[in-house]
Write a protein that binds this ligand. Structure first.
Ligand SMILES: *[C@@H]1O[C@H](CO)[C@@H](O)[C@H](O)[C@H]1NC(C)=O
Ligand SMILES: *[C@@H]1O[C@H](CO)[C@@H](O)[C@H](O)[C@H]1NC(C)=O
Length: 297
């Protein structure tokens, strides 16, 4: 009996390994225009992350705010300097609480993700209780996330209770996407029963293989959208032990959006294959446009 089970396990290992590889290559596909357009409100919310906290609290930040006119703000914070701006509120059309974090300009994020002094650290066990100790993330991202974590948590809890909401969507661009991805791990540990979604733009790699596997194993829906030859999504390098979770959408030079299954899909239609060499990268692609929207306030 035991031999039989071992034999079956052996057989399935032999059969699934190559098939899984073929399946992930075969299922690279183009996203249709309605699916691309469905991201537009989130893209505007990520862009609005760059606006001053005083203006997102009153939803008077101009075109960025007007793009999502029904939004009901709950709280905002940060100073745009030592603490990235953030805001929390409710979108009645999407029936979702929205959390957005400010990004940073291409040169600044570039120096943060290529800083040789940066190390991988475990996440703070008060903020992230009972996570496996194998999980490690970029030191700088963990620091930035910790600065706003508890304020964001209480704002999300207020918004959920005020609007009877069960869905929470976390967005951000660049550094803001990295902070939002950490929120996508942090908030579910403190808010059981809610449904979480992450939509990040120009996301750098945030953590190690165990981190990426943990993100993939959660019920949270994860999408990270990268634009043309933006080099930020391929740093810090895989050779330094950094891995993206699944959920990549890659915008081609043609403007077509490609669905790239798996972690760090090596296809030329995805960012890892498209920007195979850092010299192929172009930092001007970092801010977009993402279906016509350029990040910033
Ligand atoms: C972990 O986070 C808690 C809550 O924000 C904070 O009080 C504590 O100082 C942090 N611990 C470390 C080691 O940074
Ligand atoms: C980088 O991208 C910008 C904007 O798309 C473009 O104008 C420029 O020519 C690109 N630079 C290189 C070296 O390809």
């Amino acid at each position: 009996m035991l031999h039989y089970i071992i034999f079956l396990a052996f057989l399935s290992a032999v059969q699934t390994a190559p098939t899984a590889g073929l399946r992930s290559r075969a299922s690279i596909s183009a996203l249709g225009q309605p699916a691309i357009s469905a991201f537009t409100p989130y893209t505007h919310y990520a862009s609005t992350g760059y606006c001053k906290a005083s203006e997102t609290l009153t939803w008077t930040c101009g075109v960025n705010c007007q793009a999502n006119p029904d939004f009901e703000p709950i709280a905002s914070g940060g100073n745009g300097d030592t603490i990235q701006f953030w805001f929390v509120g409710y979108d009645p059309s999407l029936s979702s609480v929205i959390v957005s974090h400010q990004g940073t300009d291409p040169e600044e994020i570039w120096s943060l993700v290529t800083d040789a002094k940066i190390v991988q650290v475990k996440l703070n066990s008060t903020l992230f209780p009972e996570l496996s100790s194998d999980i490690e993330v970029h030191d700088g991202f963990a620091d930035e996330h910790a600065k706003t974590a508890t304020d964001v948590l209480s704002a999300v809890q207020s918004a959920m209770s005020k609007y009877g909401a069960k869905d929470v969507t976390l967005v951000g661009h660049s550094l803001g996407a990295a902070i939002a991805l950490l929120d996508a791990v942090y908030l579910p540990l403190h808010i059981p029963g809610a449904s979480f979604k992450f939509v990040g733009y120009g996301l750098p790699r945030v953590g190690n293989q165990a981190f990426a596997n943990y993100v993939d194993a959660q019920s949270t829906s994860v999408t990270h959208i990268n634009n043309e030859e933006d080099p930020i999504p391929i740093v810090p390098g895989m050779d330094l032990g950094y891995v993206h979770p699944s959920g990549e959408l890659h915008i081609q030079d043609s403007g077509e959006w490609t669905q790239c299954p798996g972690q760090d899909n090596p296809s030329k239609q995805c960012i890892v294959g498209d920007v195979a060499n850092l010299l192929d990268g172009n930092l001007s692609d970092h801010d977009g446009p993402y279906n016509g929207i350029t990040m910033g306030c």
